[in-house]
Design a protein around this ligand. Structure first.
Ligand code: GTP
Ligand code: MG
Length: 370
C-alpha cells in the first residue's frame, strides 16, 4: 500500500493540514505536515473526518477521499447548544429547572450535580435550545481536549450575593480558550444582599465587559428561585444564536459527540450523545471512540424512546459494546465489520498512548506544535 504525505492527504480531503496533524497527534502518531503516513492511518483519518474512502477494488483503497463538506443547500438551522457554567451553588441546575419546569436539584444528593444533564427545551415560538448542565469544568475541558467542541454558547451563572468565585473565573478562562460567546446570567437577584452591579464590576477585571457597562457581552439579571426574567435569558440566548447562524445537514449519516457515558447494570453501556450533523437512527451501526455497536434504542431527556435524533438533539444511546469516554466522537459506518475495524484501531492507539506517554494536556501540546 502506498504512503502519502499529510499535506497531500489534506489537499485531497479539502481539510487544513494543521487539523490533520492535530488529529494524528491525538491518535498517537506525531508527524509533521511533510511526513508520510501509511494507508491504514490515512484511512482512519478519512473516517475520523467524516469523509468517504473511494474503493477502487475490495483490497485496494484509493486515498482519494471525497471531501465530505455538506453542500450549502443541504444545511438547515439547528438549535443552539448552550452549556451552563459557574461556581458551585450559584444556581446552574436551579436555573435550568426553572426554564424546563423540572425539579432536578431536589433529587440531587446534597444538591450537587454529579453528572452532565443534557436537555432540549422548546420555546413558545417552537424554536428549540439544547442545554448542558455541567457538574464542574472538567467535563467541558475534557471534551474540548478531545476535540469535541459541542458548545455554541456558554451561559455563565454568577450569584449576585456572592460575586465572582474561583470556579467562575475558571469558567471564564475555559470559555475564552474555546472562543465561545458568553452570556452572563446574574442569578439570585431576589436575595436581600444581591449586588448585580458588583458582579459587573468584578467581570471587568477579567476583561468581560457586559452590555450594562457599555460592552458587548449580554448580561441578564434573573432569579431561578422566583422565576424572574427567565424570558430575558432565553431571548438573550436566541439573539446570540441568530448571530451564529447555526446550521447542519440533517440528511446524512450521523456524527456526534459523547457528553457522558456509564455502565448500566441492566441495559449495558449507555452513552449520552449530542448529534452534531446528520440524523442518528435506531439500527445505525456506530463507532464511538474505541467502542462499536448498533443503536438498539435511543431515549430522550424525558425518558421517551425515540427512533431518530437530528442535529443538536441529545439522546441516550443503547447498544454499544463498551463504555466510551466523554468527548468521544460518534460516527455511523457502513457495516459492523468496518465498525469493529475502526474501533480496534482506535483501541490500539489508546493502548499505545497509555504505555508511551504520561497524562498530558492536549491544549499545551497543541500550543507547542502550532
Ligand atoms: P452545583 O451543581 O453543586 O455546582 O450547584 P448549582 O450551581 O447547580 O446550584 P443549585 O441550582 O443546586 O442551587 C444551589 C442553591 O442555591 C440551592 O439551594 C438553590 O435553591 C439556591 N438558589 C438557586 N437559584 C436561586 C435564586 O435565584 N435565588 C435564591 N434565593 N436561591 C437560589
Ligand atoms: Mg448543579
Amino acid at each position: 500500500p502506498e504512503a502519502i504525505t499529510v499535506q497531500e492527504l489534506a489537499k485531497r480531503m479539502g481539510e487544513r493540514g494543521a487539523d490533520l496533524v492535530k488529529a494524528l497527534f491525538k491518535m498517537g502518531t506525531p508527524v509533521t505536515i511533510t511526513e508520510t503516513i501509511d494507508q491504514d492511518t490515512a484511512e482512519l483519518l478519512i473516517v475520523e473526518f467524516g469523509h468517504r474512502i473511494n474503493r477502487v477494488s475490495d483490497s485496494d483503497v484509493d486515498i482519494q477521499a471525497e471531501a465530505d463538506v455538506d453542500a450549502p443547500e443541504t444545511l438547515q438551522s439547528r438549535p443552539p447548544v448552550v452549556t451552563i457554567m459557574g461556581h458551585v451553588d450559584h444556581g446552574k441546575t436551579s436555573l435550568l429547572d426553572a426554564i424546563r419546569g423540572a425539579k432536578v436539584v431536589a433529587g440531587e444528593a446534597g444538591g450537587i450535580t454529579q453528572h452532565i444533564g443534557a436537555y432540549q427545551v422548546a420555546m413558545k415560538d417552537k424554536s428549540k435550545i439544547t442545554f448542558l448542565d455541567t457538574p464542574g469544568h472538567e467535563a467541558f475541558t475534557e471534551m474540548r481536549a478531545r476535540g469535541a467542541n459541542v458548545t455554541d454558547i456558554v451561559v455563565l451563572v454568577v450569584a449576585a450575593d456572592d460575586g465572582l468565585k474561583p470556579q467562575t473565573i475558571e469558567a471564564i478562562n475555559h470559555t475564552k480558550a474555546a472562543g465561545v460567546p458568553m452570556i452572563v446570567a446574574i442569578n439570585k437577584i431576589d436575595k436581600p444582599d444581591a449586588n448585580p452591579q458588583k458582579v459587573r464590576e468584578e467581570l471587568l477585571q477579567h476583561e468581560i465587559i457586559v452590555e450594562q457597562m457599555g460592552g458587548e457581552v449580554q448580561d441578564v439579571e434573573v432569579s431561578a428561585l422566583k422565576k424572574t426574567n427567565l424570558d430575558g435569558l432565553l431571548e438573550a440566548i436566541n439573539l446570540q444564536a441568530e448571530i451564529l447562524e447555526l446550521k447542519a445537514n440533517p440528511d446524512r449519516p450521523a456524527e456526534g459527540a459523547v457528553v457522558e457515558a456509564k455502565l448500566d447494570k441492566g441495559r449495558g453501556p449507555l452513552a449520552t450523545v449530542l448529534v452534531q450533523r446528520g440524523t442518528l437512527r435506531v439500527g445505525d451501526v456506530i463507532v464511538v471512540g474505541a467502542a462499536s455497536g448498533k443503536v438498539r434504542a435511543m431515549i430522550d431527556d424525558h425518558g421517551r424512546q425515540v427512533k431518530e435524533a437530528p442535529p443538536s438533539f441529545p439522546v441516550e444511546v443503547l447498544g454499544l459494546g463498551a463504555v466510551p469516554s466523554a468527548g468521544d466522537q460518534l460516527t455511523v459506518v457502513e457495516n459492523e465489520a468496518r465498525a469493529r475495524e475502526v474501533a480496534s484501531y482506535r483501541q490500539s492507539v489508546l493502548d499505545k498512548k497509555r504505555t508511551t506517554s504520561a497524562p498530558l494536556s492536549l491544549e499545551n501540546m497543541f500550543a507547542n506544535r502550532a
